[in-house]
Design a protein around this ligand. Sequence first.
Ligand SMILES: *[C@@H]1O[C@H](CO)[C@@H](O)[C@H](O)[C@H]1NC(C)=O
Ligand SMILES: *[C@@H]1O[C@H](CO)[C@@H](O)[C@H](O)[C@H]1NC(C)=O
Length: 317
Amino acid sequence: MLFDKTKPVVVLSWMVVLAVVLANVSVAYYDVDLIPGQHYPASEMKDVHALVRKYMRYSTAASSFVELDKGWRSCGLACNSPDVDDVMLNLTWRMDLPLSDGFIAVHPRDKEIVVAWAGTHRYRALLTDLAVFPRPYIAGTSMGVHSGFYDSVQGMNDRVGERLERLMVDHPDYMVIFTGHSKGGAEAALSALDLVRSIQGLRQRVRVWTFGEPRLGDAQFANFYNRQLGSVTYRVTSAADPVVAMPPRFLFEYCHHNQEIWLMNARGDVYVAQNNTECTEDPRASISIDFYDRSIMWHKNYLGLPPPDHAEAVFSW
Ligand SMILES: *[C@@H]1O[C@H](CO)[C@@H](O)[C@H](O)[C@H]1NC(C)=O
Ligand SMILES: *[C@@H]1O[C@H](CO)[C@@H](O)[C@H](O)[C@H]1NC(C)=O
């Protein structure tokens, strides 16, 4: 008798516990509230670190040949986290000419549609990275963009855009996150820039999170990017990552776009770069590290996630 009476109470208290746990897990956020030019100790950066880890998981998944037929968990270790356990893949691609890989997924708990582009996880992708000769971003203008990344994105972006438009209609209250690591970061930024210009309403819902992104174009291109997306882009750089210093600035005057969030060390202290205008990168951010003091180890370490599964290239940039 006593048991029967307490049962609802027990159930109720468990529901309360569960609600509290769920409420904590499912904080849907996608922005960081940081002031350019400021340093932040790692201890104040818990939310920022959580976002870095979450979006890095998607970026790593894209570089792990995740496949629609096999489901989200085919990504391997990176998908094995409560942060991303209810993700539903909607489209995956693996293109050869021009080369690009990636996916679109829906994350109902965080109300996010994610477009992720893969890094250099195939040997042939090195050809994309090496195609540094700039081409005009828009015909008839002198804005220069990295040809390799440009071609990769052009090969797939119409299909990405079509699917994204449908998803945005079906999920009107979801944010749209473009993300990628390394080459994938450059492609994510470029893909977002193309699509905000063609998809109505995307500009109000988009965020771009890139990790270890190489330089993408020249000063005119960077300015154009900054006007369109600079204020909703987080270009995360890690300590002494050499890839973010490539291609070098002296080569075709390559520049970075805004807004750099520099993880200064393995602990995750943060420096938020001042806006980059006219190709002046904030000298107190990642550019302060001498090129010869950089190490590829930092390119793989964005707060220490597992490396991609099934990548072909031993280095998987
Ligand atoms: C992908 O999204 C579209 C638009 O919401 C939907 O119609 C389609 O069924 C989804 N496909 C998969 C495999 O989830
Ligand atoms: C430049 O920085 C200010 C804050 O200092 C911000 O409001 C503005 O959106 C930034 N511009 C771009 C293009 O990121």
